[in-house]
Design a protein around this ligand. Structure first.
Ligand SMILES: Cc1cc2nc3c(=O)[nH]c(=O)nc-3n(C[C@@H](O)[C@@H](O)[C@H](O)COP(=O)(O)OP(=O)(O)OC[C@H]3O[C@@H](n4cnc5c(N)ncnc54)[C@H](O)[C@@H]3O)c2cc1C
Length: 291
């Protein structure tokens, strides 16, 4: 038996936000791939649910006249991966989501839930960071926009407040046009496993020179993390082994991996240095760049 005491099926975004604000204990359920696992384990933190699955507008994936790509928080991983806009303009999102769980999880789980649960290992987080997602949130005070940079505040924690509902992610054109990107998840199994380390990079080239690099990791710090020192180390540089090595050295300033039953701190650091070079090389190759 799931310890559910209260269940509210939201009829509109306003209704959902009001229900969340009215009940101190109320929490959103989207795909339920985290929430139901916790309830199944007897966790009573999710005993009061606001179900947003009736809000079809939260499933939309669109591009507006200014080139902003919007991904509804309730779109499932499969819906996002298979969408032509994602495949055409931001394929690294599809590449990342394809590494999540198995087909059942990808058919239910949402990117909204994957980011809002604050998981350090979330496979959508690197793509969100390197494409600088904006998060459009509805709250009792109205709509506001948050940046993915600083959205995660600690393991399982985000800046979201009581009554907040993430409506959609927005990717501005300057954060994807001209970029090519790559994601690599190191896990102990090829499927149905959480990342030991997740790594993503996006590059914009000028000939053989990296004009802009954005690189991000999961499970490398208490939150998913952008690696600014590594980025600066590669900017306006060619993709030589020497420059990649200097970037791998610089990245140690950006990360704070820890030892867990999955891997030691030292092994994670080795993975971070190795994968940083791998994802940058792959992103450059994806842009047709020579190595
Ligand atoms: C077998 C299995 C394998 C998995 N493998 C992976 C994996 O390889 N990689 C990976 O990254 N994850 C993995 N996951 C976890 C992944 O499925 C979840 O993190 C999923 O993305 C959560 O989305 P959901 O829609 O199911 O969220 P839910 O479980 O419904 O909610 C998750 C949290 O987000 C909040 N929330 C949801 N939507 C919103 C919103 N719109 N606004 C505000 N808050 C919201 C909820 O209140 C809750 O706190 C796995 C899960 C399972 C069960």
């Amino acid at each position: 038996m799931f310890p559910i005491e209260n269940y509210h099926f939201a009829e509109s975004i306003k209704d959902a936000v009001e229900a969340l604000a009215a009940d101190e204990k109320a929490r959103i359920i989207a795909g339920g791939t985290d929430v139901l696992v916790r309830l199944h384990g007897g966790n009573t933190d999710y005993g009061h649910l606001v179900d947003i699955n009736g809000l079809r507008e939260l499933k939309e994936i669109t591009i507006d006249g200014e080139g902003n790509i919007c991904i509804g928080s309730l779109a499932t991983f499969t819906e996002i991966m298979e969408h032509e806009l994602i495949q055409k303009y931001v394929p690294v999102i599809a590449e990342s989501l394809a590494t999540i769980g198995g087909p059942q999880v990808r058919n239910c789980g949402t990117m909204g839930g994957n980011i809002c649960n604050g998981a350090v290992s979330a496979d959508s987080a690197c793509a969100a960071l390197i494409h600088e997602f904006e998060l459009v949130v509805e709250s009792p005070e109205g709509e506001r926009t948050e940046s993915i940079n600083g959205f995660h505040t600690g393991p399982g924690r985000t800046i979201l407040q009581k009554g907040d509902l993430l409506k959609y992610f927005r990717i501005r054109p300057e954060n994807y046009i001209g970029f090519s990107a790559s994601y690599y998840k190191y896990a102990m199994r090829g499927a149905m496993d959480i990342a030991t380390i997740g790594s993503g990079a996006a590059v914009k080239m000028n000939g053989d020179i990296i004009k802009t690099l954005k690189i991000a990791f999961t499970v490398a710090a208490p939150t998913p993390v952008r690696c600014r020192n590594a980025e600066r180390a590669m900017e306006n540089k060619t993709v030589s082994e020497e420059n990649l090595q200097a970037m791998a050295d610089a990245i140690e300033e950006d990360v704070r991996p820890r030892t867990s039953w999955r891997a030691s701190r030292e092994f994670r650091l080795h993975l971070i240095r190795t994968l940083a070079k791998r994802v940058v090389r792959q992103a450059v190759e994806n842009q047709g760049g020579a190595l």
